[in-house]
Write a new protein. Structure first.
Length: 502
């Protein structure tokens, strides 16, 4: 009964006309950045983050930012299907069979299947979020500083396990993020650390400057120096109505992917990306038509699209209940909470019940708005792909600079955006993924704070991290995750040794 009364409270706020408009704006921007390759929700939210400071109601700002995130999951499938160019990393799998369907004259069916599968998965996953969040919040209240330290350590390790590329690269990015998080005055002693005598750094590095530079500006530099063709290969969209056979073949993959994405979305590091790949693998194994995969199998569109949208919704669970961001976008939304003077975590549900339930309720509204937006406006998204880079990229840079400056009216932060933009580009060119860096930067101060608090309570005894049951379990899981991440590297080295011996 509490669930229904809480949802009623949430819908009452979410259905206010201004919140519906902010939700509509969020999902429209999200769809647009999902359609435009090289932008993505991380860069878009990072650039819009300073503007949320001026919002009168925190709930409106958070509804809009959340809409951008799950809206991008929809938009990414459009370019993946029409152009074989995923607008979002989680839509890369959709391109395999979706673009083949488009070349066969079935682009409309592929787009409709992606939209309907995304809507169903997003709706169910939001229900999972509403049901699972309250008990998880109650469990989180039992956590002490040692438990929080171990949980955050587990999150960082899992983000390493799920990152693309070398494990050592991911580890290096985590440590770099942790180091950047220590810049500023020590929270316990007030002693300046790594400030180099600059008073602007006494409060630490600005989160928005780091995020905009590492993701937004770095992506623009990468696209300018390695330009991608924007010529549409599909200019017309056929009928959107699938056949009865298409529906029959899509139902199973959508149902399975919804469950898979709902579970994997909770994992820190990139569950929405992992879930789409996992769904494609599952459907290929289960399908009696394995030979059709890669040649236009509708299961290869329905499954991954449902999985990444389900994961997009449930990735809010660790953020809202534990205050732990599951991936870089959630880390940005943590920044939005902090800008509004709100601390996400176990007490959010009791301290800000209207905001908590309105955010969940807005996801149902947003998913419905996305279906309405995506199907009729496909032609518009195709035209947006033809916007010249010489117009688009300078506009983004100007917008990012103005937004960052407006946060504290300090030009130093704009300079920091440029520095981190160059750093982000260098890291990408060196084969390092910057996402773990941002997670380390966000979690670093919390990790340090909880570690020192736990040691103060235990009078300096480090065994507190192993004697508390919750902390011990988290540390064991972190060790297992690290071993799993390193196994392929170990196996590869072992194979090389045997080849050399032969």
């Amino acid at each position: 009964m509490d669930l229904f009364s809480n949802l009623a409270l949430g819908f009452e706020t979410a259905f206010q006309w201004q919140n519906i408009l902010w939700c509509l704006l969020g999902v429209a921007i999200g769809t647009a950045v999902g359609v435009l390759p090289g932008i993505g929700p991380t860069a878009a939210i990072a650039m819009l983050l300073p503007l949320t400071f001026s919002f009168g109601e925190p709930v409106s700002a958070l509804i809009m930012l959340a809409g951008i995130y799950y809206g991008a999951q929809y938009g990414g499938s459009t370019t993946a299907i029409l152009l074989n160019m995923p607008g979002e990393s989680s839509s890369a799998v959709t391109a395999i069979d979706g673009h083949q369907m488009a070349k066969m004259g079935r682009a409309g069916v592929a787009l409709a299947t992606a939209a309907v599968g995304s809507f169903f998965a997003g709706t169910v996953a939001t229900l999972v979020l509403a049901v699972a969040a309250p008990p998880l919040a109650r469990v989180a209240l039992q956590f002490g500083p040692a438990d929080y330290f171990s949980l955050m350590l587990l999150g960082l390790v899992i983000s390493i396990a799920l990152a693309r590329g070398s494990v050592l690269n991911a580890l290096a990015m985590i440590f770099l993020g942790l180091l950047l998080g220590t810049v500023g005055q020590d929270a316990f002693t007030g002693q300046p650390r790594f400030t180099f005598g600059l008073s602007e750094l006494y409060g630490g590095l600005n989160f928005v400057s780091v995020a905009v530079g590492i993701f937004g500006i770095a992506e623009i530099l990468r696209n300018l120096l390695d330009p991608e063709t924007r010529n549409a290969t599909v200019s017309k969209v056929s009928s959107l109505l699938p056949t009865k056979e298409d529906v029959r073949r899509s139902v199973g993959p959508i149902l399975r992917a919804t469950g898979l994405g709902s579970v994997l979305g909770i994992l820190p590091g990139g569950g929405h990306i992992l879930s789409s790949f996992a769904s494609y693998s599952v459907e290929k194994q289960l399908s009696p038509r394995k030979a059709e995969f890669g040649k236009g199998a509708i299961e290869g569109v329905a499954g991954p699209e449902a999985a990444n949208n389900a994961a997009a919704q449930t990735s809010f669970i660790p953020l809202l209940t534990l205050g732990i961001p599951a991936h870089p976008v959630m880390a940005l939304i943590v920044g939005a909470f902090i800008i509004q003077g709100i601390t996400p975590g176990p007490t959010l549900m009791t301290d800000e019940p209207t905001l908590f339930w309105a955010l969940i309720a807005s996801m149902w509204i947003g998913n419905l708005l996305l279906v309405v937006l995506n199907l009729p406006l496909i032609g518009l998204w195709v035209r947006l792909l033809k916007v010249p880079q010489r117009v688009l990229f300078p506009a983004i840079i100007v917008f990012a600079g103005i937004g960052t400056y407006s946060l504290e009216l300090n030009p130093f932060h704009v300079l920091a955006v440029a520095v981190f933009g160059v750093l982000g580009y260098i890291l990408v060119k060196c084969g390092s993924e910057p996402a773990p860096l941002l997670l380390g930067f966000v979690l670093g101060p919390l990790l340090e704070s909880n570690m020192r608090r736990a040691l103060l309570i235990s009078h300096g005894d480090p065994s507190v991290f192993f004697t508390r049951p919750i902390s011990a379990v988290m540390l064991v899981l972190a060790l297992i995750a690290l071993l799993v991440a390193m196994l392929p590297m170990i196996r590869k080295r072992r194979d090389k040794v045997f080849v050399e011996d032969d």
